[in-house]
Each structure stands twice: as structure tokens, then as C-alpha cells.
Design a protein around this ligand. Sequence first.
Ligand code: GAL
Length: 805
Amino acid sequence: MKIFKIAIILCLLGSSTLFAQAIKTRTHTNFDEGWKFALGHATDYTRDFNYGNGNNLFAKSGESAGTAIAIDFNDKQWTNIRLPHDWVVGLPFRYVKNDDIDSHGYKPVGMLFPENSIGWYRKSFEIASVDSGKRFEIQFDGIYRDSKIWLNGYYIGGHFSGYNSVTFDITDFIRFGKKNVLVVRADATEFEGWFYEGGGIYRHAWLNTYDNLHFKSNGGAFAHAAVEDKDARVTIETNIENRGIKGATATVYNYITDRNGKVLAKGKEMPLDLAVRKDVKLSDDILLRNAHSWDLNDPYLYKAVSVIKQNGRTIDSVQTRFGVRTFTFDSKTGFALNGRKMKIQGVSCHQDHAGVGSALPDELQYYRIKLLKEMGVNAYRATHNPPTPELLDACDSLGMLVMDETRLLNSGKEYEDQFRDLILRDRNDASVFLWSIGNEEYVMQHTDIGKRIAQNQVLLQQELDPTRISTYAANMGNYFKGVNEVIPVRGFNYNLGGLDGYHAAHPDQPIIGTEVASTVTTRSIFTKDTVRAYVPDYDLTFPSWASTAETWWKITQDRPWFIGGFAWTGFDYRGEPTPYRWPNVNSHFGIMDMCGFPKTVYYYYQAWWTDKDVLHIAPHWNWKGKEGQPIEVWVNSNADDVELKLNGKSLGKKDMPRNGHLVWTVNYQPGVLSAIAHKKGRVIKAKVETTLSPVSIKLIPSKIKLMHDGQDAVIVNVIALDAKGREVPDAANMIQFDLQGSAEIIGVGNGDPSSHEADKCSDGQWQRSLFGGKAQVIIRSLKSNGKITLKGFSSGLKADEVTFQ
Ligand code: GAL
């Protein structure tokens, strides 16, 4: 009986293993866990684990003894970390009079700080002997920067870019059934940008396995759809290579499924006969009947599945998400999505966020895109570098257009390869509507060299992705020579005074505002403060090259041929303190702050970019000590008229100018400042009230269910309430946080652009003061199960806690 039972179990195991092998043709395994980290040194080999000190690293293959690259190196003292990991965000702020340090947010990294600028990572893992015979590949989606990578002491390659994804075939270097050690040395002594960039393996890492005969890693499948009335003709191009030791024959086919995996249409079987080390491109067209369009409010995604079959067995299969939609750029009528004319209501964004620097959990990408959508943004410009793939996933699935930008304009091998890799990686993303070949290359953008480089990049783009076109972010005003001569869509960075002249002279070139506005405001601060380096939270202040939000948006509305543009920026980011310097460490350009808390200008955009009822009064009404003094009150709304009242007494009714705002000057008295507006005959109301002092804390989580996958995250906003339960908009209390259960806090922030408080509390005592009444805590799950509770407390305030399921 016993034997019988065991036999059944074995039999079941056997069949399920066989089944698993039959369908598990390829794996894509997250490689974020189990890393060890230590800082090295850029100029002193004794503090850089002997790197570069006569150890034959590059003289003899596989030689690494005496360095941190060696398999048996003792890394017990190194810190345990999980990816994504940015070591720079945890460094203290440090004032140094130096442009690079200033533009990177006063973090002590770069050539002046060799002790903080080399990051070493080690990860041990095993691969079973039964798996030998497959191909193995390591994938990094972003390492800042100039990284060198070794497996088991063997140098497997270097990666110059701090922003592109990269893969390395590691098959030959694997020790099957034994410990393998992957080592990365990231070198952040040089910068690539003029904004905070972080340091380290700050995006995901993956281990990919597949058959010797396989779809190529980057660019292995490209699915794009041409709309034919109600149907769509989907072209699926596949790129297959044979890395085996003998020629291979197989068949290749594609099919399309809906988003739930239901097969909708199948392509033809294509024979394949591929010699050793050869690759081939195959293409097939599949008609998709009654295609469901991808659109901003209905971002429907299909899947194209591509299969390689050999001797009746599937040996490789990849899934490609794609959308059915049309983009039209017209020099007279502007931009249209699916034939519907629309202005690009865009924002430019850098990638960092409060608390976590450039190492964002995926959930935070979705959180940020959702915030932008609520504001009415329909397009995101990834400045000035390739985004992480998860940002594009969020835009694909939430419905946000993307202008995808390569780091710099250069057609030399390094940068041409970077642009190629970017296009091959992102051309399937439904959201990408425009490529950008670069930004403000002021040394050469107006020259013949600039023109030749741009021509090369435009042709490269058309070769790899004929379904889209390119722009370039030029700060050249009404000037045609150089890059602008060959770029399909002329990009204007600022200088909108040159717009009409340029359009008149070049009526056949569509024009987009690749970068506009650059209004500077500090959330919740309404007076200029040159000591703490704050600018008022009204749409008033901008650097010499820029404008208010209202100026550029009115220009856009008045010109049907102007496509719209990307306001600089959606969120504040670290670095580029403007117009002040230290103690200011963040930019003020954001329409939202570093945490995603809205500033006043947010409501300007929301009023004119959405059809929601918007009625917003700024400032708050806590001005103790200013009784009787005049205060400028701004009302942003899309109503027809607005009446303002102080403590019930009317301060006058005004018509709301289209694409404008209203201002009253009000002598301060504590109490209630209210607005009553009419919109198409309906009444809308809003108010700001003088509050009492804070008595309690309130935690507001972005969600209350957290997956125990070691990846999921939740964003918890923190505010203080008065005795009547009203949010206190100028509260500044220090809040402590205690987290119990299977998750960890990964960062805190408050949006104060001059705050030098730690984003990462390395002693485990997490805390952050409220700024303008708000702070934020970001939590990431661990892999074990269990209840998670976050408590926020502060002396003199009633604590609050939230439990996650
Ligand atoms: C632009 C530049 C951006 C940022 C911005 C600030 O010229 O492209 O990266 O520096 O100015 O206004």
C-alpha cells in the first residue's frame, strides 16, 4: 500500500516535471535578493579591495585572487541589501562650492569624494547541473554607472551607461551545481547629467534562461499594428539566433491573445533552418478583427506570442504586449491620437522620488503616473535618459503617452548603441509616441556636425522603428540650422517667442514644446524666503529662460498647429537648486513636490487639463501674527465665475478667465475663507479655514493590501489634525515611525526642498518632520507572511496606526 502511494506520487511528480519542461521554455527570474554591498575607493586600491593592484585581473582570464572579485572573497562584513539600491541617497548632504555637487543635490559623490563613489556588489547563487545545456543571461535594467561585471572571477563585460538596460550571456562561466558569484563594480566618479543621478544597481536585475535556439534578448520580437477600419493588421517581426554547436531546423509562428490570454488570431508556420552562430529575421502579418484601440482612458493591451517549435516541442516562446492606436503629427492641425485631435498636456520628469532616490519600487512608478493622470497629464517625457521598463509598463497599462529620450546626441559607437538598445527595448510599448534623440546640445545643435549626427540618429530610429518619428529638445528659438534641419518634429525648449516666426518660415514641420514652463514654487510657502531658499507657491517665479505655467499654456491654446508640450517638471527632483543654492538641495520646478504633494500650480493645470470640477484657494488660512495685513489669494478653477467670502462677508464675484486664474487681496482675519463658484449652472464650493494647533497624527496609506513578494510597496502620507479633525496645513512636528511585521521602511520624505533630514534613517529609528503639514513614508514588503503595522507618533500628539493585510 505504502509503495503504491509512493509510486503514484513519483508518477505525478514525473509527469508534472515533464509538463513543466514542455511549457517552461524560457525563464525570467528576478535577481534582486541576496546581494552584499560595500563602498570601495576610486583612487586608493587599498580601500578598493585591491582592485587594480597587480592582480592580473585583465591580464589572465579568470584571475581574480586577492580582490573582491574572487569567489572565496570574504564578504561577511558587507551590508545585506535588496535591489533596487541607490547608495547615494543615504549619504549626508554636504556643502561644497562646486557646480557638479550643486547640480547633483549636494551629495558627496563624484571625483571630489573618491571614498563614496565606487560601489561593489556581490551575489552568490546556484544553478543545478540538470540545467546545463541551456543558455543563461544576466540582465541589469540600470546601474549607475560605468560598471564592470564578473562571474566566478571571469570578466563578462562593462556597461558605460547609467541608464540603459544591458544583458550579458554568462553561460560559459557557470559552475553547475556549485556556488557562483556575480560581482559588480559601479563607478560614479563621473556624472552623466546635471541633476541627481544616484549610484549603484538602482533598477531590477534578472536571470534569464532559454534554449540555444532562441528569440534574441533585446529586439527578439516587435509587434505593431496598422489600423484598417475596424480591424488591425498586426505585424510581428521576430529575430532568432542559433547559439548551439550545430545547425538547427524548427518552425516559428505567432498568435495574438486578448489581455486575458484568449487566443484571437494565429499566424502562419514559418520554417527555420539556421546555421551555427547565425541569426535571422522573420515577419508575419496577422489580421485582428474588430480591434480594441489603446487609448488614454481605455489602455487596452493585446499580447503577441511568438513560438519556436522543434520536433513537436516548444523550445522558446516570448510574449509581447502591444496596443492598437494611431499617432498623427500634422504641421497645421497638431497631434491626434486615434484620429482625435488633442493637445499634449505633458510633463518632463526625472526619475528620483522622496525617500528612495533613484531606486523606486515598481509600485511607486504606478503611484506617480496615477498622480499625474489625476492632474490631467496625458504625456510623460522621460528626461534626459531612458526610463526603467516598469515606468513604461505603468504608462502602457494606465494610459499615458511617453516621449522616450536617449541620454545624449552623439552618433559615435557608444551613443549610437545606447539609442539602438533603447529603441529595441521600448518599441513595443504602446505608450511610446515619440522618440527624442537628445536635449539642448548647445555646443553643436546649430552646426553641421549636429546636423550630421542628428541625421544618423533619425535614420537609425526609422530603420529600427518605422512606426514612429523623432524629435529633439532644442533651446534654439527661431533658428533652423543644424539639428533642426533634419528633425521630423521640431522641439522647442522654452524660447516660445520664436514660435510664430519659426512656424511661418517652416510651415511643413510639426512643432512640439519639448520643454516649457520651469516655474519655481515651494509647496505651502507663500512668501519669498532667501535664507531658507523658498519661492512663493503661486505661479509667479521662473528663471530667465522660462515662463509661468499660464503663459505657455495660453500660447499653446491659441495656436492650433502647436502640438502642446512638456512642462518642466511633474515632480520636484534632487539637484538643480534654482533660483537659490545651498541650503536648497532640491529643484523647485515640480508641479508636485518630491513626495507628489500638489503645489498651487497643480490646480491651474488640473482646472484646464481635466473636466473635473476644480475650485482651489491658495494660500491656507493660518496666518497668526498677520492680522489686518494684506494676503494675496489665488483661486484656480474651471468654473464660470467665483465669489470669495471671508467669514461670510463677500469680497466680490469675478468671472473666471479661460486658461487663467483669479486674485483677490484680502486683509487677514482668522476664520473661514470660502469660494462659491458656478459652473454651467451648478454650484461648487471650497474653503480654507484657520485651524487650531495639531493634536493628532493621521496616516493615509495608498492601499491596505500588500503582497508578500518582497517587491510590493505602499506609500503612506502623513498629516496632522487639530481638535476639530481639520488638517493643519502649517504643522511642522517631527513624526517617528515604527513598523512591525514582514515589511520594511525604505525611505521618508516631506517635500521640503531645503530639508537636510535623512531620507534613509540608517540607525533604524525612522522619523521625518512634517513640512507644510505633510510627510511621507515608503514601505516595501518582505517575502515572509504576516501582519504589518505602521505606527506614527510624536510627543504631544495622539498616535495613529495602520495595519496592512
Ligand atoms: C533646461 C534643461 C533641463 C533643466 C531645465 C531647468 O534647459 O533641459 O534639464 O535644466 O532647463 O529649467
